[in-house]
Design a protein around this ligand. Structure first.
Ligand SMILES: NC(=O)c1ccc[n+]([C@@H]2O[C@H](COP(=O)([O-])OP(=O)(O)OC[C@H]3O[C@@H](n4cnc5c(N)ncnc54)[C@H](O)[C@@H]3O)[C@@H](O)[C@H]2O)c1
Ligand SMILES: CCCCC[C@H](O)/C=C/C=C\C/C=C\C/C=C\CCCC(=O)O
Length: 342
């Protein structure tokens, strides 16, 4: 089948003529209250892309669909979206994931590939990156994913990567600024990767997404919300990522251009960052264990669950999702300028 290269989703031309039939302005009240027996989730507002809405722009059909759609669970919504994509073969969703060679970044890439995204993942570790690329290519097809060497500290590497993705897939719909390290003695490096890397990736993405919208997921940590005695610099970088994201989210360049910027704040997850670390990377490595004991170590699937939630929730611009073994909630920050908080 011919690949749909170069077609942007907002350029799709779909049939707009309404089917001819009797206009029904309202469903009977009884029908509106029908709740099919298989319903498990709370109703959510119907959010369909405009082009889907246009197809169903027939009062009765649209209202029936709306009534049913809001009761579908998340997986059914994805399924519906996939059917829509395959019928119209029009939406190629393209993602960049930084630090994607292993750990959480690799898990995020895999979740995206399972949802038929085209993925470019980058890393400084070329051996690990190439191994991961081999695995992905075998599982998901060579044309759907590629590895790019990119150090998120380098503006040039980032620009080369963005240009390469645009050349190959014509669009960037999602960036996951995930690359990060913990290192309290090489603290400038820690700031450069964890904060400057996120800033660089976000700003290039905003610049591109201004034309057609998109999602920016910045990976912070529970350490960005809570003080972390064994890693003050790490904690500071992660806190900065949260407020960087919250600040941009308020900016019209983002919120009036269909861009969403969200932060993820996971607790400990089972990756090398908690296994392959040395004494000098902490301000007291001995303080880590009590926290590990208290919070446990999550499997990667739990963090991926949070990642997919962040992608699917449409009203989370500027929000930060806490992910622990027991908690998956957006954190709310008090506004000290509100009278009730003074
Ligand atoms: N695992 C956890 O417990 C945990 C919890 C909360 C947040 N996080 C955050 O999640 C993100 C991913 O961490 P992880 O746990 O998967 O760690 P990881 O060490 O398994 O993976 C990090 C990846 O980032 C890459 N990387 C490092 N420096 C880079 C650079 N300059 N440019 C490009 N890539 C670079 C590494 O090579 C590696 O492949 C980090 O931002 C981390 O702070 C991790
Ligand atoms: C070896 C650590 C490297 C991984 C860091 C990663 O980002 C994960 C951090 C997760 C949690 C640690 C942060 C803060 C803990 C502080 C307080 C926890 C208190 C919990 C409670 O009292 O309920």
């Amino acid at each position: 089948m011919k690949e749909n290269v170069g077609v942007r989703r907002y350029q799709i031309i779909l049939p707009t003529s309404k089917p001819k039939s009797k206009k029904v302005s309202e469903l009977p009240a009884a029908d509106m209250n029908l709740k099919p027996a298989y319903l498990k989730t709370k109703p959510e507002p119907l959010i369909l892309p405009d082009d889907v809405t246009n197809i169903f722009n027939h009062d009765y059909l649209f209202m029936s669909l709306q009534n049913e759609y809001k009761w579908l669970n998340t997986e059914s919504k994805h399924f519906l979206q996939q059917i829509y994509n395959s019928i119209f073969n029009s939406k190629m969703t393209v993602a960049i994931v930084t630090g994607g060679a292993k750990g959480l970044g690799k898990a995020f890439c895999e979740a995206l590939l399972k949802r038929s995204y085209k993925v470019c993942f980058c890393d400084v570790d070329t051996d690990e990156g190439e191994n991961t690329q081999k695995y992905f290519a075998k599982q998901y097809g060579n044309g759907n994913v590629y590895f790019q060497k990119c150090d998120v500290r380098s503006e040039n590497d980032f620009t080369v990567m963005f240009n390469g993705v645009l050349q190959k897939y014509s669009s960037i719909d999602l960036i996951v600024n995930n690359a990060g390290i913990i290192h309290e003695t090489q603290w400038r490096k820690c700031i450069d990767i964890n904060l400057n890397g996120v800033i660089q990736g976000s700003m290039l993405a905003i610049d591109h997404m201004k034309q057609g919208g998109g999602v920016i997921v910045n990976v912070s940590s529970l350490s960005g919300v809570l003080p972390t005695l064994y890693a003050p610099v790490y904690s500071a970088t992660k806190a900065a990522v949260i407020n960087f994201t919250r600040s941009w989210a308020m900016n019209p360049a983002v919120n009036q251009n269909s861009i969403r910027m969200v932060t993820m704040c996971p607790a400990f997850a089972d990756t090398d960052i908690i296994k392959d670390t040395k004494e000098e990377q902490f301000q007291g490595k001995q303080f880590v264990d009590p926290f590990l004991e208290k919070l446990g170590i999550m499997p990667l699937e739990r963090v991926t669950e949070g990642f997919l939630k962040v992608l699917d929730d449409q009203d989370n611009n500027g929000k930060s999702l806490i992910v622990t073994a027991n908690v998956m909630n957006y954190v709310t920050f008090p506004d000290p300028l509100k009278p009730e908080n003074k």
